[in-house]
Design a protein around this ligand. Structure first.
Ligand code: NAI
Length: 253
């Protein structure tokens, strides 16, 4: 198993990509610290892992709460150890031009998508550097690379995640800690459903998105989880500061 004897803390783990990553990591032998702001669904993921013979614990965590993040990571490090951090929690926003986007909406997206990732790294890095090993995977987006129209706040936040992760990799590499970004294309999760719900005809909009991809379909959360797994594991031991695009070939068309 690829993550035997390792402990992984995953944010936004109650749904979509975070849920699929939690289940995948558990299959590979990791002890999974399932965290999410959603304390109804989160514990169900931990239960599902435990019932399948794995080892998981749920903790409620809002990634925008820096003090709580520091405190939780310190407790997890002491009680379970910590080898892998996946900063996956993220949010979208209704499609709108820059000049139509409320300041409060802009700030909300920055708080979750940028400060949430910062807070996770701020909390984990002292422990990982001290132990001289660890792997951080931050979840960016195709919007880390492309500027998406009417998704400027999201694009700003995900671009920041990619470059922040490079800085973390440069800082922490000498202490044996790696940091990488996964940049998914449109992936079939509740977040995508929310995005499509704003379209006049969500099913037609979904079909149009599929047509943009050479593979003619959207990503599945499990396909993103597999790439997060690769970057988190020792198989990627010489990979750091990288943005791994997982997009069904979108960039080629
Ligand atoms: P999702 O909506 O299915 O899951 C997101 C999870 O994050 C939810 O469980 C939610 O409760 C949690 N969350 C939201 N705010 C939080 C907070 N403040 N603190 C802690 N947890 C919080 O979304 P999905 O699609 O699985 O997204 C996961 C990541 O992947 C996000 O960072 C998203 O931006 C990114 N992404 C998603 C794509 C897609 O097409 N679905 C494409 C590219 C990137």
């Amino acid at each position: 198993m690829r993550l035997e004897d390792e402990t992984a803390l995953i944010t936004g783990a109650a749904s979509g990509i975070g849920k699929a990553t939690s289940l995948r990591f558990a299959e590979e032998g990791a002890e999974v610290i399932v965290t999410d702001i959603n304390s109804d669904e989160g514990p169900k993921i931990a239960d599902e892992i435990d019932e399948a013979g794995g080892d998981a614990t749920f903790y409620e965590l809002d990634v925008t709460d820096a003090d709580r993040f520091d405190e939780l990571v310190a407790d997890v490090y002491d009680e379970h150890g910590l080898d892998i951090l996946v900063n996956n929690a993220g949010t979208g926003h209704p499609s709108a031009y820059v000049e139509e986007t409320d300041t409060s909406m802009r700030d909300f997206v920055m708080d979750v998508n940028i400060k949430g990732v910062w807070n996770g790294c701020h909390a984990a890095l002292p422990h990982l550097k001290e132990q001289g090993s660890g792997s951080i995977v931050n979840v960016g987006s195709l919007a880390s690379i492309f500027g998406l129209p009417k998704q400027a706040a999201y694009s700003l936040s995900k671009g920041a995640v990619l470059n922040f992760t490079r800085a973390v990799a440069a800082e922490a590499g000498p202490k044996g800690v790696r940091a990488n970004t996964v940049c998914p294309g449109f992936t079939d999760t509740p977040l995508l459903d929310q995005f499509l719900a704003a379209a006049d005809d969500p099913e037609e909009a979904r079909q149009k998105l599929r047509e943009d991809y050479p593979l003619k379909r959207l990503g599945e959360p499990e396909e993103i989880a597999n790439c997060i797994l690769f970057l988190a594991s020792d198989e990627a031991s010489w990979v750091t500061g990288h943005g791994l695009v997982v997009d069904g070939g979108y960039r080629t068309s």
